[in-house]
Structures are given as structure tokens and as C-alpha cells.
Design a protein around this ligand. Structure first.
Ligand code: OOG
Ligand code: NI
Length: 463
């Protein structure tokens, strides 16, 4: 029997292939990648303690290869099949995001690797949304959209056959893995020929721009890829020098010494030429705006207590200043954000002792040399036997995601829906439950703590 390629290796190779394809399709993404690489190098050179921490936790290497993407699917069947395909690459649905409250008729999850080893190897994630036609008022249009979606097949026969093979045989050998990557890539490719007429596109677009983006095309083109930067403010400030116009405000928490959760910013989607059916067997030219670029900076994952504090502070800020789509009050918003977030400790030890964030524990050089030590975790830390490092937040934030969606839907696209989260329905369509992100971080924290205490043979003392 030929050896199987690990799911993480398939994921790494897929992430690389996707990046190369998108770089080809959207040259500004390539420019952004170069800028991020430059800023990351400069940040590491200027902050030796950050570099040392990343090295100590074995997470320095993953950063230059790190990115996430996003797609929007049209049907439950597409979502369920996508789940099986991502599973071949070791990517599993984590979290449920309801974006209806933010005027976007979708709900979403993030497919991503789970567990420390897989994340270290390659943390590629895909924010995956499912269109909610049930939120569209116009019943006739809803039925037409459904009928159009029912006709399309977004996966190649090869992608489905190889997914089944992997499920039946517990993985793929290197030849099949390479074929799998190129077959699956087809689903994410841009199509400049639409599925519909220009008139239909306009009707869908009038109902909601996002509906047109999902229903009018042969497949769920990847709509952005996001490299991870170590200094988002610097990249944001340098973007204009590279001829990229960033969105007015950075989503998420303010600039801090100790980054928490996730900060994101994007550049506006491109207007692209698309051919639509002319109803006479030919094509008619039109345009569509969908694909954009984004960058993100990731900080510590927060506990439910930390997250509740974050949500409350963000909410308070937005009550003071609601960021306008045109960026006119960006300065006031940023000032309010900084002021409000003074209530969130900005020091790793304080964040840890207040139970706001998740950390991994490991032995220091002194701890390794000592071999054994007694005392509880607090005294082991105080005596320098054990160190703690923030666990990176690997997920997304619904308010930020809504901001990213909105900035690419154009001004005035704001639309109100009645908030209607429906995780049960989403999971039924997905064919699986989504993982709870908090449980996952807590598990990683606990395992590291136990490993440390075991190594120092003080487990009994700590219990
Ligand atoms: C997804 C937007 C969400 C993020 O980084 O929060 C997202 C989309 O526009 O399809 O990618
Ligand atoms: Ni994104």
C-alpha cells in the first residue's frame, strides 16, 4: 500500500495553490503580500522579545505562510459537500456566525485545523457562508434564485471521487493528493461568464448585492485571501504608498501592547468585467464587484469572561461613535475605541490573572534544568520554572466580519433584517455540529498545564 499524505500536508499544499491562483487573478493581493512580508520582517527585527516568544512557542514559521480566505455558498448540499472536502484537508467547522443582524443575509462557520500540531503545521482557514434566501422578502425572486442554484454543480467529478476515496481509504497517497488539490481549486476559481442574464443579475442585485454574488456565478469564487501581519497599523499606513486604498477603520480592538483577538482591515473590491447571457445564445458585457484584499493581526484568544468584556466595550464604543461607511468619523471612532478599551488590562500577566485570556504553559530553561520542583502553578511561575504564552485566536468576530462584508457591498447597501440566528438549521444543512471555540482553547491550555506539572512531578501537589 502506498503511504498516505497527512491531511495537514494536503492543506498546506492547497493553501499555497490557492494563494498562487489568487495572486494571478488579483495582482493587488500579490502587492499586499509583499508589503506584509516587509512589515513582518521589520517588526521582528525591531521587537526581539516578540520574535523570541514566537520561536519559543514554535509558531514563528507558520506566520509567513498564514492566511485565510472566504467563500459564499448557495445551497445546503453545497455546504455539506464542502464540509467533506475540507475534512480531507484536516479542516473542521468551528463556530457559528449569524450575520443577519448586520444586514447580510448569510450565516457562517470557519473551516480550520483543530489542535496544536495541525495549527503549527499550517493554520489555513476558510470563512464559509451560506446564503439565506429565507430572509429575502420577494417570494418570486426567491424561487427563481433557488431554481438557478439547483442547476449548478460547483464541484468537479474528480473532487468528489477523490473525497469519497479518501473517506473510504482513510486518506490519499501523494499522487491522489496532488490531483485532489488541483480538482478542488477549480471550485474556488473566478468565472468571467455568468450563469444568468444581465436583467436577472440586476434583479438579484436589487434584492441584495450578496445574492447576486452567490446566485449569478458557476461557483463560489474565493472573494479574498488574508495574510497575517504582525503590525496592522503599519501595513494600513503604508498601503497608499503601494497604490492600495484601505478601508477607513481597522475592525476589532484598538492598537495595544498585548494584542487580543483579531484586528482586520481590507481594500475595496475590484470592479470586474463579466459576460452575461443575452438570451439569444450569445453574451452581453456587464460588471461585478466581489473580490478584495484583507490583512489581519491576531492576538490572544479570550475566555468567555474576556470575550464578554470585549463585546461590552465594543458595544459601548459604537454607542459613542458609529463608524460611517465613508470613513468621515474614523478619527473620532478610533479615539473612542482607545478610550473605552482602557478598561481591558494590557499586560499578559494581568490578562492571565484576571482570567480573560487563554495561555499555554511550558518549562523554562531553569525548569528543564531543575527536572523537578514543587508548588502550585502560581509559585512555579513566580520562581521561574514555568512560563506562559498567549494562545493565538484562530477564529473570527461577527461584528468585524459584518464590517468587512459591508465595506465591500458599497455605501448605502445597509439593509435591515430581523435578527434570526439559526444554528440548528445551519448544522442540519452542514450535516454536522460546529465545534465550540472556547472548549477548544481551554483544552489546549489544560493539556499544556498538565504536561508541565507532570514533567515537574508536581501534579499531585497542584490538585
Ligand atoms: C466574509 C467576510 C468575513 C472576515 O475576515 O471576517 C471575513 C465574506 O465577505 O464573504 O472573511
Ligand atoms: Ni476575511
Amino acid at each position: 500500500m502506498t503511504a498516505k499524505v497527512s491531511a495537514s500536508d494536503i492543506r498546506a499544499s492547497f493553501s499555497g495553490a490557492m494563494s498562487a491562483m489568487y495572486r494571478d487573478e488579483v495582482p493587488a493581493y500579490g502587492t499586499l503580500m509583499d508589503l506584509v512580508a516587509r512589515v513582518n520582517d521589520e517588526t521582528l527585527a525591531g521587537q526581539p522579545e516578540l520574535k523570541a516568544r514566537l520561536e519559543a512557542t514554535d509558531t514563528l514559521e507558520r506566520i509567513s505562510e498564514e492566511r485565510h480566505g472566504a467563500i459564499r455558498l448557495g445551497t445546503a448540499e453545497e455546504l455539506a459537500t464542502m464540509r467533506r472536502i475540507f475534512a480531507v484537508m484536516g479542516m473542521f467547522p468551528v463556530g457559528y456566525y449569524d450575520l443577519s443582524t448586520a444586514g447580510v443575509p448569510v450565516h457562517s462557520t470557519a473551516f480550520r485545523p483543530v489542535g496544536e500540531e495541525a495549527l503549527k503545521r499550517n493554520p489555513f482557514r476558510v470563512f464559509t457562508s451560506l446564503l439565506r434566501l429565507d430572509l429575502i422578502a420577494d417570494e418570486a425572486l426567491r424561487d427563481e434564485a433557488k431554481a438557478i442554484l439547483a442547476e449548478r454543480q460547483i464541484f468537479t467529478d474528480g473532487a468528489i471521487a477523490l473525497t469519497e476515496k479518501s473517506e473510504n481509504e482513510g486518506g490519499l497517497d501523494s499522487h491522489d493528493a496532488a490531483r485532489f488539490v488541483s480538482e478542488v481549486l477549480e471550485t474556488f476559481r473566478w468565472h468571467d461568464k455568468a450563469n444568468v442574464s444581465l436583467a436577472m443579475y440586476h434583479r438579484l442585485h436589487d434584492a441584495h448585492r450578496l445574492i447576486a454574488d452567490v446566485v449569478s456565478f458557476k461557483g463560489p469564487h474565493i472573494n479574498h485571501l488574508t495574510p497575517r501581519t504582525l503590525d496592522i497599523d503599519k501595513v494600513q499606513a503604508l498601503m497608499p504608498d503601494y497604490d492600495i486604498a484601505p478601508k477607513a477603520v481597522v475592525e476589532g480592538p484598538p492598537t495595544r501592547k498585548c494584542p487580543i483577538l483579531l484586528r482586520q482591515t481590507s481594500f475595496k473590491a475590484l470592479e470586474e468585467t463579466v459576460s452575461f447571457h443575452d438570451g439569444k445564445g450569445g453574451w452581453q458585457a456587464g460588471t461585478h464587484t466581489a473580490r478584495f484584499g484583507e490583512i489581519e493581526q491576531r492576538g490572544v484568544a479570550l475566555t468567555p469572561k474576556g470575550r464578554a468584556l470585549y463585546d461590552a466595550l465594543l458595544d459601548n464604543t459604537r454607542k459613542l461613535v458609529r463608524p460611517a461607511a465613508d470613513g468621515s468619523n474614523a478619527v473620532a471612532y478610533e479615539a473612542a475605541l482607545i478610550e473605552t478599551f482602557k478598561a481591558f488590562p494590557d499586560d499578559w500577566a494581568a490578562i492571565r490573572s484576571a482570567g480573560l485570556g487563554y495561555f499555554t504553559y511550558s518549562l523554562t530553561e531553569k525548569g528543564v534544568a531543575a527536572g523537578s520542583a514543587s508548588g502550585d502553578i502560581e509559585s512555579l511561575i513566580a520562581e521561574g520554572f514555568v512560563r506562559f504564552d498567549p494562545i493565538v485566536y484562530e477564529d473570527f468576530l461577527p461584528v468585524s466580519a459584518a464590517g468587512i462584508f459591508q465595506s465591500n457591498l458599497g455605501d448605502g447597501a445597509q439593509q435591515d433584517f430581523v435578527a434570526s440566528p439559526n444554528q440548528k438549521r445551519f448544522e442540519a444543512d452542514l450535516g454536522a455540529a460546529v465545534l465550540n471555540e472556547f472548549d477548544h482553547y481551554e483544552g489546549i491550555e489544560k493539556a499544556s498545564l498538565e504536561a508541565c506539572l507532570d514533567a515537574l512531578q508536581t501534579r499531585a501537589a497542584a490538585e
